[in-house]
Design a binder for this molecule. Sequence first.
Ligand code: ADP
Ligand code: MG
Length: 422
Amino acid sequence: MIVEKLLLHVLIVLVPVLIYSLMIENRKIGKSPYFLGFLYGASASLSMYFAYYDASLYWDLRYVPVVLAFFYGGPISGIITITALMITRTSMGGETLFLAYITAVLSCAVPYLMYNYFWKSPPKKRISLSIIIGSWPAFVQLIILLIYLYFNKGFVELNQVLLLYITVFGMIQIITVVLTAILNEAVIERNLMKDEIRRSEKQHTLGELAASIAHEVRNPLTVVKGFLQLMEGEDERHKNYYPLILSELGRAENIISDYLNFAKPEFKKIESFSLPLLVMELSILLNPYALKEGISLTHTIESDAVITTDRNQLKQALINILKNAVEATPKEGRVSIKLIEDGEHVKMIIRDTGKGMTKEQLSRVGSLFFSTKEKGTGLGTMVSARIIESMGGRVDYTSKLGKGTKVSVTLPLKMMFDEQPV
Ligand code: ADP
Ligand code: MG
């Protein structure tokens, strides 16, 4: 029966996908269009070689590998596959050979033209595209068959058997395309995931290494700074240089501790404390800096939340955000901090009337080393986000270019440290 025969073809079509999944790890062969062309070409030729002959026609799934070769291997492997198919078909001969050529050209044109669009689509859409385009050759074959029958009435009658064959053939062809497309996508996704894991492992190791170096550099810096401070009082001749040297050393120290904090936020001392007090403290701490820049710093407190976490870390995170707000704001601008509470969360909203950010900047803020400042490090926002995320909270930025920026820091009222003995 046609169904049993076609099931053999399903297997023939699936084999390239299985071999591909084994070879994808191999960088040279796995992604080579020639290799894929060879696989799919062999599969298409085999499918045709074992074609089921009935009702004066050949029934097989030869065009499924062709479409898959065009889509998953690219134009080169598609052309190799169709060439292999045509060579096999020509060697088989027969009076309908010219029909096979016409079908081949028409069937390949669509996947060939769709290739770029196909790869621009997300995986789910790619599966549906394969289904639609995978049915295209079957449709072409059907149309050509009908035209041929119309002009050569004596050749074969369009009877019930033929109709049944066409339906079964069409259905199996579509099912096969769905199956192979899903398998192909699964193989691709698994491979991407493996790459990602490898990459993040590498990054992790590099991060650890850099953190240990940063740690080693910090100690001598502290010693040098201490001695310089001692010398500052005695060395009259270079007196003017000391403040500059010390401030630059301080900057280096800050960068290193920022980096260490980023690599591994350490919560040393977990305590319960009042957030309104922390906000007031920050306001007092940063007010002189804001005044110096000609900016007014205000705060509004609408919550009396008490949370349990590392107070110094949270303070550091908020200072980074507030400093950015002040730095972005021109003279006579405003920076405000608002503390509000909603059921399970407490929110600190930091607004500024500064220069704001473009969409592109907004999407990159918080990623490592992104800075638009001449002496910026691009660590501040990253460190803040890391600290707050480790506390189970989140930081959200919204910004309008030229208008200002709003940073919302959301923290859960019940911290994960609450359960632990302090
Ligand atoms: P740095 O301050 O050293 O540049 P940050 O990580 O603190 O590094 O900030 C990264 C970048 O994010 C800044 O250079 C700036 O472009 C942008 N940014 C952060 N906060 C604001 C803000 N409130 N207004 C405008 N831009 C901001
Ligand atoms: Mg900053």
